[in-house]
Each structure stands twice: as structure tokens, then as C-alpha cells.
Design a protein around this ligand. Structure first.
Ligand code: AMP
Ligand code: MG
Length: 336
């Protein structure tokens, strides 16, 4: 049976943390909030505990998990940090939405690492999560708490529907702050490669690294195995055109055929009452935080298919587009 606990990142009860940490220590599974999305967590030192995560999510076994720690110092227990020239500066970015791939020690479960000799580590910026890790006394492996290939969950109201009876504890922590997953980086001395863009952009990475580069197309031989899989996809077909103009043209041509998912400003131009609004076009934080919630809403609304507005720009816009491109089917101008 799943136990539901009413604590969130800012306000949590000591007895809830105590209860959930005992579950982790006994190799059970706990869903908890972080500042990015909800995580489905287990003892990162135990193969059998980590296996339960793969089973509950239906995650391919070759897609490794992110291991969560509660301090910068802890990293040295579980990984070799010499691949980061400026490791000491990490405390400027942690706790925060940044995951670092490092050579692993043998302590971390081979299942969590999907057999790789590296481990992805992050210190989340959510006091509940940090306290849970501390109380458990072990690092917690926790990928996003969603069924594999489906949109990540950023509001606890969707957790019961997906995971009731499949996990031991669910924290009902409301909405998460950022709404898209952490930036994943691969450090090499004073350079870092961004494997998966997130809320921490190139600028943030420059706090620690002299050079920041984006990984090239990883379709052939991905260093971050998760990037090769279908991701974040709603049940219904969702299309993404190349430009806002094309988005508007398609919506106007087929007002009944597609549910539009777009910014507030673009929605004003459409005047379609069924449009799902992502937020203000000028506020990428707002758009990121509403993205997955909007994809889930789209699946729950009537209508067979949808179309989502593309965003251009750097920084967080680039991360938003990374998720949209994985969730939706790209269409060329004139195709629809
Ligand atoms: P998720 O936690 O579901 O948002 O996904 C975690 C992401 O981190 C996936 O894209 C994984 O492939 C990636 N990842 C986790 N561990 C490693 C690792 N050791 N090396 C490279 N990528 C990793
Ligand atoms: Mg995920």
C-alpha cells in the first residue's frame, strides 16, 4: 500500500521524513519533490532497491539514474572529482538544478549506473529532499517520477494516478518550482559539455568552467543514454511547427482539429477558447514551469490532436525547445 505524506519542500514534518527515510533504508521506494520535477527515489547503494525504480517506471535498464546527495563533500565518497578543475566552486551552483557526470566508485549500485563506470550526481535545492537524504544516510537514486516516455510530473496531483500501489511513499508536495529537469553536464578539466540543457544555462556553467560546449547530435552514440529515448510525450499526437507564424497559420486553418498549446501572447492572436496557455512569452521560467502540466492537461481535454508553439532564443528557451522537440512530432512548413 502507498502511504501519502503531506509535506512540501519548504514545510515538512520531521515525522514524515523519519518515516520515509526508514523506507529508503529498507530498500523501498519514495516519491518526493525537488525544485525541478518529482523524483522516484531509492537507496543508490542497493541494486535491488534501484531495480524497483526501473520496474515502477517501465524504464529501459540501460538508462542510468541520477544520484542525489545532500552536500558537496559527499560527492567525494561516491565519485572521483579530479575531472573538474574547479571542484571547490561547485558550492556556488549547488544545491541547484545541475547534474554532473563523474567517474564512479564501486559503492554506487551498478543498476543505478546502468553498468557504466560513471555516475550522474546532483544536490537538489529542496529542503525536504535534502533532509530525506541526510536522515537516510545514503545517497538517493531518483529519476523523474513519471511512467517512462510520458511527461514528467510537476504537480503531486498526478502522482496517485500513475504510482498508487507501485511505490511505498508519495509526498504530496504541490507544484515544483522550475518544472523541467536538471541540466546534465559532463566535465573535462576546465571544459564542460552540456548533455541535457535545463534551467541552469551556459552562463551558470561558466561560474565553474572556462569553456562550455553543447553536445553534438547524440543519436548514434549517446554519452547520456537517456537522450536517445522518446520522452515527455502525451498520449495524443502533438505537433510542433518551425515558427510561430506557421503555428498561427495551422491553428487558423483548422480551428476545430487541433488543441493549441501556446504562450499567452500567441493565444491572444488566436482567440481559441480551448487553447492551453503556457505563460508569458517573455518569461521562460513561467513557460518551463507550466510545460509538463500543460501536456498532461492536453491529454485530459477533449480533442484528438494538438499543436504546440515553438520558441526561439537561447538560455532557458533552448531547454524548453529541447523538451518540446522530444515530446512532439516536428512538422515542416506547409506539412499540415
Ligand atoms: P531523468 O532523471 O529521468 O530526468 O534522467 C536522467 C538523465 O541523466 C538521463 O538522460 C540519463 O541518461 C542521464 N544520466 C544518468 N546517469 C548518467 C551517466 N552515468 N552518464 C551519462 N548520463 C547519465
Ligand atoms: Mg525523466
Amino acid at each position: 500500500m502507498t502511504q501519502y505524506l503531506e509535506s512540501d519542500c519548504a514545510n515538512f514534518k520531521a515525522e514524515d521524513i523519519e518515516y520515509a527515510s526508514r523506507i529508503i533504508i529498507n530498500n523501498g521506494i519514495v516519491i518526493f519533490p525537488t525544485e525541478t520535477v518529482y523524483g522516484i527515489g531509492a537507496n543508490a547503494l542497493s541494486d535491488s532497491a534501484c531495480q524497483k525504480i526501473f520496474k515502477a517506471k517501465g524504464r529501459p535498464p540501460d538508462n542510468p539514474l541520477i544520484v542525489h546527495v545532500s552536500s558537496v563533500q559527499e560527492v567525494e565518497k561516491y565519485a572521483h572529482t579530479s575531472s573538474i578543475a574547479n571542484f571547490g566552486a561547485l558550492s556556488k551552483l549547488w544545491p541547484g538544478p545541475l547534474t554532473i557526470i563523474l567517474p564512479s566508485t564501486e559503492l554506487i549500485s551498478n543498476v543505478a549506473r546502468a553498468g557504466l563506470d560513471t555516475v550522474a550526481i546532483r544536490m537538489p535545492d529542496c529542503n525536504l529532499a535534502l533532509e530525506l537524504i541526510r536522515k537516510s544516510g545514503v545517497p538517493i537514486a531518483a529519476p523523474s517520477a513519471n511512467i517512462s516516455t510520458k511527461p514528467s510530473i510537476t504537480d503531486s496531483e498526478h502522482l496517485r494516478r500513475n504510482f498508487d500501489g507501485k511505490v511505498d511513499v508519495i509526498f504530496n508536495g504541490g507544484r515544483t518550482k522550475f518544472g523541467i529537469e536538471s541540466t546534465v553536464i559532463y566535465p573535462q578539466g576546465d571544459t564542460c559539455v552540456i548533455m541535457r540543457p535545463g534551467i541552469y544555462t551556459e552562463e551558470y556553467c561558466k561560474v565553474i568552467f572556462k569553456h562550455v560546449i553543447f553536445s553534438e547530435d547524440q543519436a548514434e552514440n549517446p554519452k547520456s543514454p537517456g537522450t536517445k529515448y522518446r520522452h515527455y510525450s502525451p498520449e495524443k499526437n502533438l505537433y510542433v511547427p518551425e515558427t510561430q507564424q506557421e503555428f498561427l497559420r495551422i491553428c487558423r486553418k483548422n480551428p476545430k482539429e487541433f488543441t493549441p498549446i501556446c504562450s499567452y501572447e500567441t493565444g491572444q492572436l488566436l482567440k481559441n477558447v480551448n487553447a492551453i496557455i503556457l505563460g508569458n512569452r517573455e518569461n521562460p521560467y513561467e513557460i518551463a514551469s507550466n510545460l509538463y502540466e500543460s501536456l498532461i492537461k492536453f491529454d485530459q481535454q477533449p480533442g484528438d490532436q494538438g499543436i504546440i508553439e515553438p520558441f526561439c532564443g537561447n538560455g532557458i528557451y533552448l531547454s524548453i525547445m529541447n523538451r518540446i522537440k522530444k515530446a512532439a512530432i516536428s512538422v515542416k512548413d506547409g506539412e499540415l
